[in-house]
Write a protein that binds this ligand. Structure first.
Ligand SMILES: Nc1nc2c(c(=O)[nH]1)N[C@@H](CN(C=O)c1ccc(C(=O)N[C@@H](CCC(=O)O)C(=O)O)cc1)CN2
Ligand SMILES: NCC(=O)N[C@@H]1O[C@H](COP(=O)([O-])[O-])[C@@H](O)[C@H]1O
Length: 205
């Protein structure tokens, strides 16, 4: 007896807040034949909490369905998360897919995280557990670190604390600014994020 929807591709719903360069890397990777044939997965939608997110236009040009759930339109974090979960369910009605945070800048409530039961993944621009939260590159430079990087992890209720899936390391060079370091890290993010998602799909998470 197959569960409902088991024959349809596994939906990947990507959440963004801005440019969506990591989303673009994942969409491009998902367009490869092996993602469809080996993992039977497809990017079902790109959803943003910001109506002006530049990644929305790019996704639409690629033929990927998009949606906006504007966090500023809701009275509480819980109300926003409920609306976000409903938007995700439109594209993943059987709750079989992955929720992929890609530059998504809202802290998710414990209820939302529990509802998606370990199927949420995030990329964070630091070598966790160092520098959770925001402004990671400035903090690493100010701390005198010699290395920085990015971490792909499963999302838990505790911010930037979930099990680590992949990491990439880059040097912090003399004269680096947060911007020059961010650009160096971002190049690595685009490599490790699709690879980490492939591993998750291959492991049947
Ligand atoms: N429950 C969880 N939610 C989220 C996680 C997580 O691990 N657990 N990861 C973050 C992604 N992230 C860092 O990688 C992150 C995103 C946003 C913030 C934050 O402080 N956001 C502020 C608003 C900031 C803004 O709008 O510019 C907020 O939500 O009040 C910290 C870390 C995604 N969610
Ligand atoms: N805490 C989340 C966070 O800071 N995410 C970071 O936002 C940048 C832009 O992502 P994008 O180009 O994919 O939109 C990326 O460096 C990503 O790691």
């Amino acid at each position: 007896m197959t569960s409902a929807g088991a024959t349809s591709p596994r939906p990947l719903v990507i959440l963004i807040s801005g440019t969506g360069s990591n989303m673009q890397a994942i969409v491009r990777a998902a367009q490869q034949r092996r993602w469809r044939e080996r993992y039977r997965a497809e990017v079902a939608a790109v959803i943003s909490n910001r109506p002006d997110a530049k990644g929305l236009a790019w996704a639409a040009e690629q033929g990927v369905p998009t949606a906006v759930v504007d966090h500023q339109a809701y009275p509480s974090r819980e109300a926003f998360d409920d609306a976000l979960a409903q938007a995700i369910a439109r594209f993943d009605p059987h709750g079989r897919g992955l929720v992929i945070l890609a530059g998504f800048m809202r802290i998710l409530t414990p209820g939302f995280v529990q509802h998606h039961e370990g199927r949420i993944v995030n990329i964070h621009p630091s070598l966790l557990p160092a520098f959770p939260g925001l402004h990671t590159h400035r903090r690493a430079i100010e701390a005198g670190c010699r290395f920085a990087g990015a971490t792909v992890h499963l999302v838990t209720a505790e911010l930037d604390h979930g099990p680590i899936l992949e990491q990439a390391v880059v040097p912090i060079l003399p004269g680096d600014t947060p911007e020059t370091l961010a650009a160096r890290v971002l190049t690595q993010e685009h490599l490790i994020y699709p690879r980490a998602i492939e591993r998750l799909l291959g492991a049947g998470v």
